[in-house]
Design a protein around this ligand. Sequence first.
Ligand SMILES: *Cc1c(COP(=O)(O)O)cnc(C)c1O
Length: 405
Amino acid sequence: MTEKIYLDNNSTTPCDPRVVTTMLPFFNEMFGNAASRSHPFGWQAEEAVDYAREQVANLINVDSKEIIFTSGATEADNLAIKGVFEMYAKKGNHIITLTTEHKAVLDSCKKVEKLGGEVTYLEVQEDGIVDLTALENAITDKTILVSIMFANNETGVIQPMKEIGDICKKHGVLFMSDATQAVGKIPVDPKELGIHLMAFTAHKMYGPKGVGALFVNRKNPRVKVTSQMDGGGHERGMRSGTLNVPGIVGFGKAAELAQKEMSKDAERLAILRDRLETKLVESLEEVYVNGNVEHRMPHVTNLSFKHVEGEGLMMTFNQNIAVSSGSACTSASLEPSYVLIALGLGDDLAVSSIRFSLGRFTTDEEVDAAVELLIKGVNHMRELSPIWEMFKEGVDLDSVVWAEH
Ligand SMILES: *Cc1c(COP(=O)(O)O)cnc(C)c1O
């Protein structure tokens, strides 16, 4: 077993070779600055950016004028949240979000609190889905923004976007979504769902790293955000900085490919994901699926292997399988994932979780090989584990008083 198997596509995806080919001429042949208005080098770059903007806009069924290019989803999340907070300060200072959001959203909200804003962090239900009644009850006359992610990066759980959009519309509140994990994988149509601002990124959909976008609704309502990056007034004044032309061209191509291939990819990956999940659940004892299994992304499963520490389990693969553990996202320390804790998992089940995220280039053979290595790894860890032995002997582990060391 020498080939490395990549099942961590929620962290990043490889660039599709067709994307790379499309990008290459823009490094040295057509290298112009898209803002250079006075010569053909600039015009050529501008034309390429315009084309890519159409491709990205088409993927989510919006007008190309509504796409603001950024350096990625982190920047788009920051721009949306801080930008709305500043722009709509006269209207109110209250933002509602979820405890299970990505750090880019949560930390932007923390910054808003430092600047005098108020943020409600809503708990989710046990399956990871927002409680719509709690959401509606949290809205006050000071609320300016609801920020709820489309699909969770750790569990793949998809939120009821249309229902949330309806609630926001009813109360005249802007609706922002971090849709990084959904765009390019499943159909996403912000206008139909009542989403006014939406962040996403190229490198999670087979495009290059370092380029993303914020969709900003232009009509009914006309939404504006205060720029967080000041300079030459690029991107309709909302995001200054010389455009990353090769990156944007690659993002456009990735969007075009996603539009053409997502249904086929999603169908294939759902079958493969289910096969992986079923084999593991059937071959091993005490395996739990985390999060809602119906409303989730087709290529993702998050599993807890009771009494098997995820980081340790990953070491048994000798780095032959790339996955994420329930403690990897806060990788400086071995803290359990706050997303899984929010679903009501105890620390032990949270640290025993593994996220599998398949992708366009995942093969059947790779999944089967990974499953075999996993079963071996889990059995091996459990054979060595006194806790597992006690558990099997029927010892009530909650009542055990552990000696301090
Ligand atoms: C990856 C990810 C981000 C960050 O995107 P970058 O382009 O890497 O900044 C934000 N939100 C979610 C949900 C993500 O999965």
